[in-house]
Design a protein around this ligand. Structure first.
Ligand SMILES: NC(=O)c1ccc[n+]([C@@H]2O[C@H](COP(=O)([O-])OP(=O)(O)OC[C@H]3O[C@@H](n4cnc5c(N)ncnc54)[C@H](OP(=O)(O)O)[C@@H]3O)[C@@H](O)[C@H]2O)c1
Length: 301
């Protein structure tokens, strides 16, 4: 039995639907079982385990409002650190494997320069150095997970979009249908990642292990393949959105810099993650533009 925590969020909803299709036995909870409350989590676990042994816990619950976190440190820390620690402790007591989702925000976004001048993608064992409250709490959450349940897989991802939450693609489609011109930052580099592809990867982990193959516990990076700026992403959303009839008028997409958008929190300038570790497991990593096409074909409501 798989216990999916955070099933009503952007990623959790997608994963829930995929689990349903897969025929695997699972239960799911969200806010009704508060992850910051150990007694509530333990009681929920006891109830679930009475029916069937919990072999896997997947944690998609988190505090994800990056800007708001700067003024709401306690709540953010409580969810991303205490909540993660509690879930890991429950998994440990249950003898269950935990899949915990983390983020590129554990890095500072300056990249890693080795000789030459250009940076290489971040590897799993590169030193973390968060630059905002959200990143700090997610990094501390990773440490808490590994400390409380060594049988854990942490999957770091970045630039998520999907059908079921507020995200960049939905915002762009709306703005492009409303405005004649939009400006998008051109000085942050990353890999747009469809929640469906990440959910498929989570399921692939479970299937590989359940088939009897060993996957070493620890940290893995997963995003879609390819590196672009938000501006490049917006241009492609416009192009493909027009092709698929999701955008019905013209809109000029212009580049700008992060400095043009004063924000409480600095965003990592370079968010590209090295995925060779996960690729070596035989897990497919679709290109970002192919996934965007699929998403626009299938998913926009
Ligand atoms: N979104 C991205 O671009 C991105 C990028 C990199 C990594 N990630 C990571 O990916 C994971 C999933 O992100 P997401 O965007 O799908 O998050 P999300 O949409 O914000 O979903 C989080 C879920 O957790 C629930 N939750 C909040 N407080 C809770 C509590 N005390 N107990 C139980 N559940 C609670 C939320 O409920 P409410 O909605 O009612 O608060 C929501 O349903 C997170 O670990 C995030 O850090 C996200």
């Amino acid at each position: 039995m798989i216990w999916l925590i955070g099933n009503k969020g952007m990623l959790g909803t997608e994963l829930s639907l995929l689990l349903e299709k897969s025929g695997l036995s699972f239960v799911e909870t969200d806010r009704e079982v508060d992850i910051t409350n150990m007694a509530a989590l333990t009681a929920a676990y006891a109830e679930i385990a009475e029916k069937e042994q919990v072999k896997w816990i997947i944690n998609c619950a988190a505090y994800t409002a990056v800007e708001k976190a700067e003024d709401d440190v306690e709540t953010c820390r409580s969810l991303n650190v205490l909540g993660a620690a509690n879930i890991a402790a429950v998994a440990n007591n249950a003898g269950a494997r935990l899949i915990h989702i983390s983020t590129d925000y554990v890095f500072d976004g300056k990249g890693i320069v080795e000789g030459g001048t250009s940076t290489r993608p971040y590897r799993e064992n590169d030193a973390t150095n968060p630059i905002g409250v959200y990143g700090f709490t997610k990094r501390d959450g990773e440490l808490a997970v590994l400390e409380n349940n060594p049988a854990s897989y942490i999957i770091r991802t970045a630039w998520l979009y999907g059908k079921y939450g507020n995200n960049f693609v939905h915002t762009m489609l709306r703005l492009m249908n409303e405005q004649d011109e939009i400006k998008v930052v051109n000085d942050q580099l990353g890999s747009p990642t469809w929640t469906f592809d990440l959910s498929s990867t989570v399921l692939a982990f479970i299937k590989i292990v359940e088939s009897g193959k060993n996957i070493p516990f620890g940290i893995y990076h997963f995003t879609n393949e390819g590196n672009i700026s938000w501006f490049d992403f917006a241009k492609e959303i416009f192009k493909q959105g027009r092709e698929h009839g999701r955008i019905t008028k013209d809109c000029a997409v212009k580049p700008c810099t992060s400095a043009d958008y004063p924000a409480k929190v600095k965003r990592p300038a370079y968010s590209v993650l090295d995925k060779s570790k996960i690729a070596a497991l035989g897990i497919e990593i679709p290109a970002w533009d192919i996934s965007l096409r699929e998403f626009l074909k299938l998913c926009v409501v």
